[in-house]
Design a protein around this ligand. Sequence first.
Ligand SMILES: NC(=O)c1ccc[n+]([C@@H]2O[C@H](COP(=O)([O-])OP(=O)(O)OC[C@H]3O[C@@H](n4cnc5c(N)ncnc54)[C@H](OP(=O)(O)O)[C@@H]3O)[C@@H](O)[C@H]2O)c1
Length: 294
Amino acid sequence: MTSSDSLTGRVALVTGGTSGLGAETARTLADRGASVAVVGRDRDRGETAAADLATRTDGTAEFYRADLASQASVRRLAAEFRERHDRLDVLVNNAGTFRAERTVTADGVESTFAINHLAPYLLTHSLLDLLVASPSARVVTVSSGIHTRATLDFANLQGERGYDGMTAYARSKLANVLFTDELADRLAETAVTATAVNPGFVPGTGLARDASLRNRLLLGAFARLPLPFTKGLEEGAETLIRAAADPDLADVTGVYLSDGEVTASSEESQDEEARRRLWDVSAGLVGVSPDWAV
Ligand SMILES: NC(=O)c1ccc[n+]([C@@H]2O[C@H](COP(=O)([O-])OP(=O)(O)OC[C@H]3O[C@@H](n4cnc5c(N)ncnc54)[C@H](OP(=O)(O)O)[C@@H]3O)[C@@H](O)[C@H]2O)c1
C-alpha cells in the first residue's frame, strides 16, 4: 500500500474517531480522499474533528454523536447515517473502553462487553445492507494482542460472578476476533470482508482514563519513554489503515492483522462452537434475530 492509493469516492465510518487511534485513522482516510464520518460522545470535539477532516478530503466529513453504551443510541446512529448515505465502504469498529470498576449500561449489560463487543455487533448489523450495497466493503474491528490472554466463560461473560477490569477488557477483545471470524464466514458469498486488528501497544491514547490510578501512572510513564515495545499514534494506526484500505487485502477476509501483518490469533479465538454461541448470545442481548448476515 502506498500513501497515494486514492480512496476518493469511498465512504468510511469510524467509531471512536474523535481521539486516539480512531482519529488518526480517520485523518489518514480523509487525506487519501475518502468521505469520512466519525462517531464520538463529545459534540465540540466531534465538530472540531469533522472540520479538520473537511480540509483534508475530496469528499464529505461528518460527525455523529452517539453513546455506544446505549443500544438505542447505536440504532439512532445507524438511522442517521442511512439518511445521508446509501452505501458504506469501510466500517471501522474502533471505539473501546477499559474499566477498572464494573459498571452496567442502561440496557443492563456490563459496560466493557457492551461498548467493546455488543456495539460493533449491533452497528454492523444495523448497517449491513449499506455495506452489501458497496462494490467491495470492509468491516474492521479493533481487537488487541491481549485477546490471547482471554478465555470466554459463558457463565461469567459480563463479570457477574466476579469482575476484573483487565479480564473484562481482554475478553471483549477476544469477542472482537470471534465476531470477525463468524461475520467473515457468514458474508463469504458477498463482497464484504471482515478483519480484526491489533494496533500494538500505544500508551499515549485516552484508553486508560477509567483504569486504576496505578495503571494510569504506568501507562503515562510508558507513553513518555522511548521503549521498544511501545508505539506512537501514527505507527499504531497503520494496522487499522492497512485493514481499511490496503488493495492487497481487498479479497482477504476473516483474518487477524497484528502489527500490520496477517497473524494467527489465539487458539481460543479459533473455537468455532464458541464463536457461534457468542453470536447467538449477542443477538439475544441486542434483540435481533441471530440469523443475520447469511
Ligand atoms: N492504545 C492501545 O495500546 C491499544 C492496544 C490495543 C487495542 N486498542 C484498541 O484501540 C481502540 C482505540 O483505543 P485508543 O487506544 O485510541 O483509546 P482512546 O483514545 O480512548 O479512544 C477510544 C475511543 O472510543 C470512544 N468511546 C469509548 N466509549 C464510548 C462510548 N460509550 N460511546 C462512544 N464512543 C466511545 C472514545 O470516544 P469519546 O471521545 O466519546 O470518549 C474514544 O474516541 C480501542 O478499541 C482499544 O481497545 C488500543
